[in-house]
Design a protein around this ligand. Structure first.
Ligand code: NAD
Ligand code: NA
Length: 396
């Protein structure tokens, strides 16, 4: 069928398999163009179908010839109805991996559950024996706790007071004032349960207990800090509490991995357009200004450039892994450069509906947003009949 983008609020209800395949291919080509990385050879990626997790899977496979197992939660297609984007990305990834002679299998299910952890362990034992890198890249608004069966929802709220600032509806370009009511203690606690470190630790405990972690195994999870202007709703808000917990969990997991000579890291990444970040008020306006400045300065990166650099210049240099005073890897260094942040702050003060298209990179934001769903990708023929029923080869 002919597949077109269908928007509802901040999400797109359709996805394009051909566009997804092309954008996976573009990421593969980028990684190959940067040369080989002496990285891990058997890699488990939790949250492997979109965003930073997909970029990690691609970088492992096409930078280091790694065998990869990807875990994700995506909607398969139904006759006349497209799959979710991560499904098509994963179908394309497996296809390209297989053409390159690389092992790639995927598990579609709830990574928070005991069952999916067990499936991953069984698959590792059967096919790979052990893994030497575990990427943890989940972004989810809900988590059903495996021990209690209770379902928790995260919140994106400030803590301690109402937060008011500018935001943009990136579809219309309208800049307006938004006020967000403060979180309750329950909102804070729930957000930590969903996006904090507990599940990451549960994964590593389960993998270790099953003896499927290689000597020297590494695990990496992703975090964000960002500028002062988004602090109330991000780093000092509910999601920030979850990131504090995630970062603290890295130290606990490093202890767990000590006898294997392994290590756990949190990498602080750059703000990028993903399904998760589009839903956070204020962030899209910040991103559109940030993109403008970073592109002007010639230091803009997308998910694949970020993760390729994480592997090549932080994790697998042959030397020790450089970290900040809180033990975190920083690949948000270019975003956080003083000159860049000063310029973004100037633009922030000026931004209005009338001037945003000119002073910000609204167009770049929208393009990246459409790319997430496989639309607007150069060289793809969107007028042609697309097969929405594309399957992920390894998923029965
Ligand atoms: P994303 O939405 O693109 O990817 C989320 C992944 O998690 C997908 O593969 C999805 O299928 C999977 N997933 C969600 N719920 C699941 C479940 N219950 N079971 C199995 N899989 C599930 O998100 P992203 O932006 O790439 O975020 C990944 C991590 O990077 C998050 O920790 C996020 O906070 C962090 N991060 C994001 C940004 C940004 O600007 N986007 C910046 C820095 C750090
Ligand atoms: Na991801």
């Amino acid at each position: 069928m002919i597949i077109e983008p269908r928007m509802r609020g901040f999400i797109c209800l359709t996805a394009h398999p051909g566009g997804a395949a092309q954008s996976v291919k573009n990421q593969i080509d980028y990684v190959k163009s940067k040369g080989a990385i002496a990285g891990a050879k058997k890699v488990l990626v939790i949250g492997a179908s979109t965003g930073f997790g997909l970029a990690s899977r691609i970088t492992s496979a096409f930078g280091s010839d790694a065998a990869t197992i990807g875990v994700f939660f995506e909607k398969p297609p139904m006759e006349g109805k497209t799959a979710s984007p991560g499904w098509y990305n994963s179908a394309a990834f497996e296809q390209f991996a297989s053409e390159a002679g690389l092992y790639a299998k995927s598990i579609n299910g709830d990574a928070f559950s005991d069952e999916v952890k067990q499936q991953a362990i069984d698959l590792i034992k059967k096919d790979l024996g052990k893994v030497d890198l575990v990427i943890y890249s989940l972004a989810s608004p809900v988590r059903t706790h495996p021990k209690t069966g209770e379902t928790y929802r995260s919140a994106l709220k400030p803590i301690g007071g109402v937060y008011s600032n500018k935001t943009v509806d990136f579809h219309t370009g309208k800049v307006s004032e938004v006020s967000i009511q403060p979180a309750s203690q329950e909102d804070i606690d729930n957000t930590v349960v969903v996006m904090g470190g507990e599940d990451w630790a549960m994964w590593i405990d389960a993998l270790k207990a099953a003896d499927v972690l290689e000597q020297g195994a590494l695990t990496v999870a992703y975090s964000y800090i960002g500028p002062a202007v988004t602090e109330p709703v991000y780093r000092k808000g509910t999601i920030g509490r979850a990131k504090d917990d995630l970062e603290a969990t890295a130290f606990k997991i490093s202890d767990t991995l000590k006898d294997l000579g392994g290590n756990a890291y949190v990498s602080v990444n750059k703000a990028l357009v993903t399904q998760a970040s589009s839903a956070i008020p204020v962030i899209p306006l910040y991103i559109s200004l940030l993109y403008k400045i970073m592109k002007q300065e010639g230091v803009h990166e997308g998910t694949i450039e970020q993760i390729q650099r994480l592997y090549a210049e932080r994790l697998y240099t042959g030397g020790s892994v450089p970290v900040d005073d809180k033990g975190r890897i920083r690949i948000d260094d270019l975003e956080m450069r003083d000159d860049i942040q000063e310029k973004v702050a100037d633009l922030w003060a000026k931004a209005t509906t009338e001037n945003l298209a000119e002073i910000g990179d609204l167009e770049g934001y929208r393009t990246d947003f459409y790319h997430l769903f496989g639309f607007d990708v150069p060289s793809v023929d969107y007028k042609a009949d697309a097969n929405e029923m594309v399957q992920v080869p390894s998923i029965p």
